[in-house]
Design a protein around this ligand. Sequence first.
Ligand SMILES: Cc1cc2nc3c(=O)[nH]c(=O)nc-3n(C[C@H](O)[C@H](O)[C@H](O)COP(=O)(O)O)c2cc1C
Length: 209
Amino acid sequence: MRSFTPDFTAELTELFRWRRDVRRFQKTPIPDALVTECLDLLRHAPSVGLSAPWRLVNVHSDAARAAAIANFEAANAQALSGYSGEQAERYAGLKLSGMQDAPVHLAVFCDDATVKGSGLGAGTMPQMRAYSVVGAIMYLWLGARARGLGLGWVSILDPEQLCADLDVPEDWALVGYLCMGWPEIETETPELIRAGWETEAPKPEVLLR
Ligand SMILES: Cc1cc2nc3c(=O)[nH]c(=O)nc-3n(C[C@H](O)[C@H](O)[C@H](O)COP(=O)(O)O)c2cc1C
């Protein structure tokens, strides 16, 4: 049986504690081999029926990046208009994407038309395919962090516009837009806590039935 040492378990917990959503990146490029190494971790991620429904687009060209950044800026302005007063001021001061500086942009989609898995487990809850993609993103997030990289998840986007701009197949639905790079700073404290927007996640409560 493969077992893990208490030291490893403690280190793993530290990795969880230090993961962070990173929005402030150095402009230093990431070696291609390191990006590939991180992406290969997805092969170990669980997925409903082993459907591996994640699909990735490396948003690399100037035109594709400019479209994604414009998309974020429009969606963020729209989101800001939903707040008022002091909360609007605070929202406007938040940094909610590292798209300008991140050396790697990955758009991650769920392919709802995949035949892999033959539909197993997704009949009653087709959303399980998208959940599988979220789980896989966590592998990438933690795997990148373990290698010194930071990852930031951007969701303030118009998904239909992004799909059109990236010209992806019709059956692909956007799950996450990820910025990856070397973090400018390392911290244990989430940015939204440091900015005074939110407090820490509560201890999970478990109902007994
Ligand atoms: C599904 C998802 C979408 C997110 N979208 C954004 C986003 O659009 N912009 C942003 O700055 N952070 C985004 N985040 C990061 C969260 O704000 C962050 O995870 C949370 O504040 C806790 O901070 P931590 O990840 O550093 O622990 C997203 C996170 C998740 C899981």
